[in-house]
Design a protein around this ligand. Structure first.
Ligand code: PLP
Length: 292
């Protein structure tokens, strides 16, 4: 039950449907966001909503899809999706897609539609993963889609390799995949950015092979506050094996320690002190317990 915002109206959950000839279903051109609302002292609050809306509009612009709504309307839609479904902790999924107005690859007969759904989202991983860290496997699937569709767009078609990578990791007894770029450097997780701590410096791949993550930026802001040096640069796989700490960041994964990659224990094999500090700052921020 509940409601979904679709093209400007709240529609009952069961009636928010698309036709089988929906263009995006066939060719994959579309873009979306993953956004979280947290229960704070002032009720449900959407974390960095405007940043997510801005990225959605940048994604649509990159994909040359004409947004039929303003940013204010999409922000209001997200707030209503949480409120009208009586949620206080929620995952939100705004999406821009082409409808069933036309087929074929010329986009001049197509119309962009927008929907925003919100639902209760339990933990992405087992709750203890946040403390103990997870086991990760380097994927045989590269993040090459990013090179085609670019890393500034959170585009539907970018997730084919991510899905295959995650399935491969899970079927080999790991919890997440670490994907490399076409040249073999570390890119990101299936839907998370990646950080390592090495010699006291925080390293994260530069924005040529991974999504411009909003949680990633939040962590970069925290590192600045803590006066921790950050290097955005290419990271090799073996650097991860010998890192002091490693973690993923993302709207779904939040700040998730990595304790093992490809069977090599990372650091002390558990959540490191900096990861823990950044996690605390992150949860304080999303829960509205600090200035951010
Ligand atoms: N990388 C990919 C491929 C993603 O899909 C996501 C999730 O949105 C991220 C990284 C993390 O980005 P954010 O922190 O904005 O959720």
């Amino acid at each position: 039950d509940g409601v979904i915002w679709l093209d400007g109206e709240m529609v009952p959950w069961r009636e928010a449907k698309v036709h089988v000839l929906t263009h995006t279903l066939h060719y994959g051109l579309g873009c979306f966001e993953g956004v979280r609302a947290y229960n704070t002292a002032e009720g449900a609050a959407i974390f960095r909503m405007k940043d997510h809306t801005d990225r959605l509009f940048r994604s649509a612009h990159i994909l040359n899809m004409k947004m039929p709504f303003s940013k204010d309307e999409i922000n209001a839609a997200q707030l209503s999706a949480v409120r009208d479904n009586n949620l206080d902790e929620a995952y939100l999924r705004p999406m821009v897609f082409y409808g069933s107005e036309g087929m074929g690859l010329r986009a001049d007969n197509l119309k962009a539609h927008v929907m925003v759904a919100a639902w209760e989202w339990p933990s992405y991983m087992a709750p203890e993963a946040k403390e103990l860290g997870i086991k990760v496997r380097t994927s045989s699937y590269t993040r090459h889609h990013v090179n085609i569709t670019m890393c500034k767009a959170k585009a539907n078609g970018n997730y084919i390799n991510s899905m295959l990578a995650l399935q491969e990791a899970v079927s080999s007894g790991c919890e997440e995949a670490l994907m490399l770029d076409n040249e073999g450097y570390v890119a990101e997780g299936s839907s998370e950015n990646f950080f390592i701590l090495r010699n006291g410096v925080l390293h994260t791949p530069e924005l040529t092979s991974c999504l411009e993550g909003i949680t990633r930026q939040t962590i970069l802001d925290f590192a600045k506050e803590l006066n921790i040096e950050v290097k955005e640069r290419r990271i090799t796989r073996d650097e991860v094996y010998v890192a002091e700490e490693a973690f993923f960041t993302g709207t779904a994964a939040e700040v998730l320690p990595v304790r093992e990659l490809d069977g090599r224990v990372i650091g002390a094999g558990k959540r490191g002190p900096l990861t823990e500090k950044l996690q605390t700052m992150f949860f304080d921020a999303v829960k509205g317990r600090s200035a951010k």
